[in-house]
Design a protein around this ligand. Structure first.
Ligand code: GLP
Length: 265
């Protein structure tokens, strides 16, 4: 795992956007795993701006989102599809048929989960998977207790997660009880993972996930098994880590980060 700490959230977001953009330029037919949540809104805005300026295109890109709330129609403005349309799909030249989210309004959810796994496989697997982290330690909607080899399935949402997402639903009582989510095994199959976490509220769960034991109780800790995973943090989200000086020196000294340092990122 390559853990990188930038001073501010803005710097962490700019570095993340640059990593994604470089990946897409190097892989014009990329299969990109997308995350939702507030953390990624500025990153998608930066990618959309790069597209508007002519430096980045999504013509050959295929996307698969991590998750979707069960029961919401795909047109529902509170759905993750609506989030993706608002923050990315409507602003770039991705082909509509290449932008995938689980259809959590499907009559047979188990069949939909199997079909989603199959669609990822048929696309050649996910090349770069973007990840946020929830306050429960979830990636996607893999709540604590999720099997570390789980595949796409429905999962009950925890109270904490429902509270975390209450704002867009006008109250916790309106937040769906379940979601379809890629499993932890599905996420670990991605060739590269890129996790972004910002803000003090994430500090403890970030420390548990990155420096604690690998445990289904902290689903993001499964990323410790991934052979190619970068984690970008701001200082606030990194504030409870112990091995900080090593992570800081990784970015300052390691040659793979030189192109980003040289660009002032
Ligand atoms: C959400 C999503 C996750 C996301 C996480 C953090 O509900 N299911 O994919 O990474 O929770 O959200 P935020 O970025 O808003 O803190």
């Amino acid at each position: 795992m390559d853990i990188v700490i930038r001073t501010t959230a803005g710097q962490a977001e700019r570095l993340t956007a640059a990593l994604v953009a470089d990946y897409l330029r190097a892989h014009p037919r990329a299969v990109l795993g997308c995350a939702t949540g507030r953390t990624f809104e500025p990153v998608y805005a930066m990618l959309a701006a790069m597209h508007a300026e002519g430096g980045l295109n999504f013509r050959g890109v295929t996307t698969f989102n991590l998750d979707e709330y069960v029961g919401l129609d795909q047109a529902d403005r509170r759905s993750f599809r609506a989030y993706m349309v608002e923050h990315l799909f409507s602003k770039v030249d991705i082909a509509a048929e290449n932008a995938h989210l689980p259809d959590a309004s499907a009559p047979d959810l188990a069949a939909e989960c199997r079909a989603y796994e199959q669609a990822i496989q048929d696309a050649g697997g996910i090349g770069l998977q973007l990840l946020g982290i929830g306050l429960t330690g979830h990636i996607g909607f893999n709540e604590p207790g999720s099997a570390l080899q789980s595949r796409t399935r429905t999962k009950a949402l925890s109270e904490l997660t429902r509270r975390q997402n209450a704002e867009s639903f006008g109250g916790v009582e309106n937040v769906p009880l379940r979601a379809i989510t890629m499993g932890i095994g599905t996420i670990l199959d991605a060739r590269t993972c890129l996790l972004l976490a910002t803000g003090e509220a994430k500090a403890q769960v970030v420390a548990d996930a990155l420096e604690g034991p690998v445990s289904a109780s902290v689903p993001a800790s499964a990323l410790q098994f991934h052979p190619d995973c970068a984690v970008v943090l701001d200082e606030a989200a990194a504030s409870r880590l112990k091995n900080t000086s090593y992570y800081v020196s990784t970015y300052e000294r390691e040659p793979e980060w030189a192109p980003y340092r040289e660009r002032g990122l």
